[in-house]
Ligand binder design. Structure first.
Ligand code: MN
Length: 321
């Protein structure tokens, strides 16, 4: 998916200054963002109080939406640099096309992982015909400086490893959880997992104390370290945890997002993650003149045009806070 905001605000993120070294319980409220004509998403990252969790730099939750009589998701071709996108569905399907020639339908609990590297463009749409309900999350992972100019590629992993315990089924999306490792390519120490919990389940999930973590609630009623987290909200958990208490008050599902704190400072604007204003300006210009980002074939509609750059220059944040 894309940031379709027509007046996006640049955001500076990354760096140790924002990381909370000890366990905390910080509830993040979503910002409601209209995505095209038919889809409203709840944006959890970047958030006023929190920019990143490990290398996770962008989190949108959407649905469940009844799209039986609607076009559903319709995101025209648009560019990315410096990141990976993770498409994750609980209901419905998304048809992905990109400038490396990919054409892939992504279904619930299958991983669609796109590494933009130096430049890629893609589109996402609800296929026709499509399932009645659409429910999922769209996430971005920032690439470290050492790999952000890598070749663009797309991976589809329909069979992901799972971890099970009484009342729990966890699907490992990226990285490792409790000894199970996703086949998805990663560039920093990171984890993403989808947890389905049966009503009444009360357990402690093993964590890495060096990672920072957050939990996005997808459905049902769940208490994360004692805090009720409603669907479409996220709880930031900080670092320094060996385990995470989870209690399902009803059948519920959550996404666990974590990783080593991301040390490098980043500038995010529109669909780009870069290190300087010049890089953002160049990427925007290249997209507007049809250079560098290749071509998405088969999408029924015009590509997105980039919004105007804000009049004030983007300033990297100082290291001290
Ligand atoms: Mn996108």
């Amino acid at each position: 998916m894309s940031n379709l905001d027509r007046a996006p605000v640049p955001s500076v993120c990354g760096g140790r200054g924002f990381v909370v070294a000890e366990p905390v319980r910080e509830l993040l409220s979503p910002r409601h963002v209209q995505l095209g004509e038919s889809t409203e998403v709840r944006r959890l990252l970047p958030n006023l109080g929190r920019r990143m969790i490990g290398a996770w730099a962008f989190v949108d939750h959407y649905g469940p939406d009844d799209i039986a009589d609607e076009p559903g998701m319709q995101v025209p071709p648009h560019p990315h640099i410096g990141l990976q996108t993770v498409s994750w569905l609980h209901q419905g399907e998304v048809l992905h096309r990109d400038s490396t020639g990919s054409l892939q339908t992504i279904r619930p609990r299958e991983l669609g992982l796109m590494t933009s590297g130096r430049a890629i463009s893609h589109s996402e749409e609800s296929p026709r015909p499509h399932a009645r309900y659409l429910h999922g999350a769209q996430l971005w992972v920032a690439l470290p400086d050492s790999h952000r100019h890598t070749d663009p590629r797309f991976e589809h992993h329909p069979d992901l490893p799972t971890v099970t315990a009484p009342g729990l089924r966890a699907t490992v999306i990226l990285g490792s959880l409790d000894g199970a490792t996703s086949p998805g390519t990663t560039f920093t120490p990171i984890v993403g997992a989808d947890l389905t919990l049966a009503q009444g389940t009360d357990l402690r999930l093993p964590l890495e104390p060096d990672f920072e973590y957050g939990v996005l609630a997808m459905s049902g009623e769940v208490r994360v370290d004692g805090v009720p987290v409603l669907p479409g909200s996220m709880l930031y958990l900080g670092c320094g945890r060996l385990e995470l208490p989870l209690r399902a008050e009803s059948d519920a599902s959550i996404m666990l997002l974590g990783g080593e704190p991301f040390e490098e400072e980043l500038i995010m604007w529109w669909n780009f993650i870069a290190r300087s204003q010049d890089e953002i300006v160049q990427a925007r210009e290249d997209w507007e003149k049809g250079a560098r980002f290749g071509e998405v074939t088969g999408y029924d509609g015009a590509p997105l045009s980039a919004p105007e750059m804000p009049p004030t220059p983007l300033k990297p944040r100082g290291r001290a806070r």
